[in-house]
Design a protein around this ligand. Structure first.
Ligand SMILES: NC(=O)c1ccc[n+]([C@@H]2O[C@H](COP(=O)([O-])OP(=O)(O)OC[C@H]3O[C@@H](n4cnc5c(N)ncnc54)[C@H](OP(=O)(O)O)[C@@H]3O)[C@@H](O)[C@H]2O)c1
Length: 328
């Protein structure tokens, strides 16, 4: 498979696989104590994992200012070090947080806040520009978003960012951002259990990169998470908010979801792939614009996920087989 993808009309080249840096931010929470991280992390292991990914050809990293309340950006910046120039860094803004207490305190969709957030992200990432700046407020008001899109064009002119995107699951909202000249992508949920046909169609029509968040269904698609097995107390999957599907409060993976993953084992495991590699291969087969960004917390996970690249996409027959198994 061609292991590179181009994001948008400006020709920003990335590896077909990006690395999602939410989990490596470590623990943080909402004001009422809802965990928003993935439990404890070892920063040294995160740094080693990022560097291993670089060695294996990964050139795209997705984070957000709010992951770990600034911590993910700092760890990523440190891990990249002098190799910053070799990679494409994406981050996000819109959520407000307190770095000291590692707490999400609200959201802010004003242009003034966007500029402050950008300045802070540049500092934490220890860089002079962001390659892809993404609006993190998935349901933001489209009229306000149009203003923020125009502000992003200003950021491009000032050399502070190269391109921008909206992280949203609503194609109509994604289209609002896409009217901007330097809008290069949309970040949206997509995995073999949660297809996104309208978003894939929009990306094809408008020539946008399709950055796929939760490509492993938050770990379910690796087969490691079973039902009846609680996760760590500080893990968002242990106390899933309404939007987080596939996990039950305090009792691990939802049995229905585990059943569907088990049913896909053979087809996703073709050509010696691990289940997770098969899930990434499904996305590459699903759309030529797809750039999955699986999360990771260890060198072993980094190696396994990066290893999916050389195995390439599933075949058209295997795609059809997946649909048949899932009754789609
Ligand atoms: N609104 C937004 O913009 C938004 C929302 C969600 C995510 N994202 C982005 O998308 C990225 C990925 O999505 P996600 O974090 O939701 O989840 P994901 O990529 O679907 O799942 C990642 C999790 O799967 C497990 N895993 C990964 N590789 C593995 C391997 N080789 N073997 C076994 N388990 C493995 C790890 O969890 P365990 O080992 O702990 O099970 C890992 O944290 C995030 O990091 C973030 O950058 C953005």
């Amino acid at each position: 498979m061609e292991t590179k993808r181009t994001l948008g009309r400006d020709g920003i080249e990335v590896s077909a696989l990006g690395f999602g840096c939410w989990a490596i931010g470590g623990e943080w929470q909402s004001v009422d104590g809802q965990p928003l991280g993935w439990g404890k992390v070892d920063d040294e292991e995160s740094v080693r994992a990022v560097r291993r990914a670089l060695d294996l050809g990964v050139t795209f990293f997705d984070t957000a200012d709010t992951y770990g309340a600034g911590h993910s950006e700092r760890v990523l910046g440190r891990a990249l070090g002098k190799r910053r120039a070799d990679v494409v860094v994406a981050t996000k803004w819109g959520n407000v947080f307190d770095e000291e207490t590692r707490t999400l305190t609200g959201a802010d969709d004003t242009p003034e806040y966007a500029r402050r957030a950008l300045t802070a992200s540049l500092k934490r990432l220890d860089t002079d520009h962001i390659d892809l700046y993404q609006l993190h407020l998935s349901d933001a008001d489209p009229e306000r978003a149009a203003e923020l899109r125009d502000l992003c064009e200003e950021f491009v002119r000032e050399g502070l960012i190269r391109a921008y995107a909206w992280s949203t699951d609503d194609p109509a909202r994604a289209a609002v951002f896409a009217r901007g000249e330097h809008c290069a992508a949309v970040q949206h949920m997509a995995n073999v259990l949660q297809d996104a046909p309208e978003m894939f169609a929009l990306c094809a029509e408008l020539g946008l990169g399709s950055i796929n968040r939760s490509p492993l269904a938050m770990g379910l698609l690796t087969g490691r998470r079973r039902s009846g097995e609680a996760l760590e107390a500080g893990d968002i999957r242990n106390r899933p908010p309404e939007w987080l599907k596939g996990f039950a409060d305090g009792s691990g993976a939802d049995p229905d979801w585990v059943g569907r993953v088990d049913a896909l084992k053979e087809v996703l495991g073709s050509e010696g792939r691990t289940l997770g590699q098969g899930a990434l291969a499904w996305l590459w087969a699903r759309s030529p614009h797809a750039v999955p960004i699986p999360g990771f917390r260890s060198v072993a996970q980094a190696e396994q996920n990066a290893g999916a690249l050389e195995k390439g996409p599933l075949t058209a027959e295997q795609l059809a087989e997946v649909d048949r198994i899932l009754g789609r």
